[in-house]
Design a protein around this ligand. Structure first.
Ligand code: ATP
Ligand code: PAF
Ligand code: BAL
Length: 300
């Protein structure tokens, strides 16, 4: 394997500086993950490798963003397989720190607050989740800063890659980077799905065969809304909700069409009259033991 594993911030900076110097590189990409990698993560890594001279992936299951201790304990940890997947995509470095490395004094006293955008949708079901996620993303973005400077004193361009599957997380990361002037470009990567439409997620492995089959109703409901938007028809959310509700193994949490930046619901008249404009259809549901999220951008 060409890929190298580092576990401390000091090693990461030194290796990043060494690689940028040896490749004569002028850009570094960061791919933050919680591990248990699948083809969705591979797409993030592939995009980062195509656009940067040096690519760092991080694998860290962040306790701060889990409200539920059971969810944290059972979160899959598969570092060896993760390294092989990232190596195959051409990633240079994997940063997989311990909890002590990231939070040496225990839980941090000072944290990032996600604000009102962090309290709706996923935030309403997972209180504190986005404060925890943004706090670690802030730290990861700092860890992943390109090491060293080129001989002419210039520093490398810096990009970080996030999946559109976690649309609220992406919107919040963009706000944090804009509001707090982080020197990094945030690059969104489209959702990767199974052939049958299910959005890939590390948690899908906890679905039974029946639950997995039932979970397909999420992407089907999104496709319904998407086809109506494309045809400039009224979105008729009620009938899509009824489709989800017809599936007894699926417990719907929310389904709405929102502004893609603010995540505020579009006005009712935008949903009830022939659709024109831009929106994001978002859905979350519990299927058996797993909370699933999915979304679809609408342009018309
Ligand atoms: N199917 C997917 N398509 C594109 N990006 C994805 C997909 N799944 C995850 N990602 C992105 O990968 C990054 C790391 O996500 P994470 O490690 O939480 O994986 P995950 O599969 O979303 O896990 P879980 O669903 O269990 O939270 C995030 O930016 C996330 O949006
Ligand atoms: C961005 C992230 C790696 C922070 O822990 C996590 O929320 C995730 O995997 O989406
Ligand atoms: N992919 C989002 C991280 C989480 O579910 O905690």
């Amino acid at each position: 394997m060409a890929i190298k594993l580092v576990t401390t911030a000091a090693e990461l900076r030194a290796e990043s500086a060494r690689l940028l110097a040896s490749k004569g590189g002028s850009s570094q990409g960061l791919v933050p993950t919680m591990g248990a990698l699948h083809s969705g993560h591979a797409a993030l890594a592939r995009t980062a490798v195509a656009e940067n001279d040096v690519v760092v992936a991080t694998v860290f299951v962040n306790p701060l963003q889990f409200g539920d201790a059971v969810d944290l304990d059972r979160y899959p940890r598969t570092l060896e397989a993760d390294m092989a997947l990232l190596d195959a995509e051409g990633v240079d470095l994997v940063f997989a720190p311990s909890v002590d490395e990231v939070y040496p004094g225990g839980q941090p006293l000072v944290r990032v607050t996600a604000g009102p955008l962090g309290e709706k949708w996923e935030g309403a079901s997972r209180p504190g989740h986005f404060d925890g996620a943004l706090t670690v993303v802030a730290k990861l973005l700092h860890y992943g800063l390109p090491g060293g400077a080129a001989a002419d004193g210039s520093t490398a361009a810096y990009r970080a890659y996030f999946g559109q599957k976690d649309a609220q997380q992406l919107a919040l990361v963009r706000r944090m980077v804009a509001d707090l002037n982080f020197p990094v470009e945030i690059v969104p990567v489209p959702i990767v799905r199974s052939d049958d439409g299910l959005a890939l997620s590390s948690r899908n492995r906890f679905l039974s065969d029946d639950e997995r089959a039932a979970a397909l109703v999420l992407s089907r409901a999104l496709r319904l809304i998407e086809s109506r938007a494309n045809a400039h028809e009224p979105l008729d959310l009620e009938s899509a909700v009824a489709l989800v509700d017809s599936q007894p193994l699926v417990e719907l949490d929310y389904f709405d069409v929102v502004d893609p930046v603010t995540l505020e619901p579009l006005a009712e008249n935008c949903k009830e009259t022939p659709f024109r404009g831009e929106g994001l259809a978002i859905i979350a549901a519990k299927v058996g033991p797993v909370r699933l999220i999915d979304n679809a951008p609408l342009f018309s």
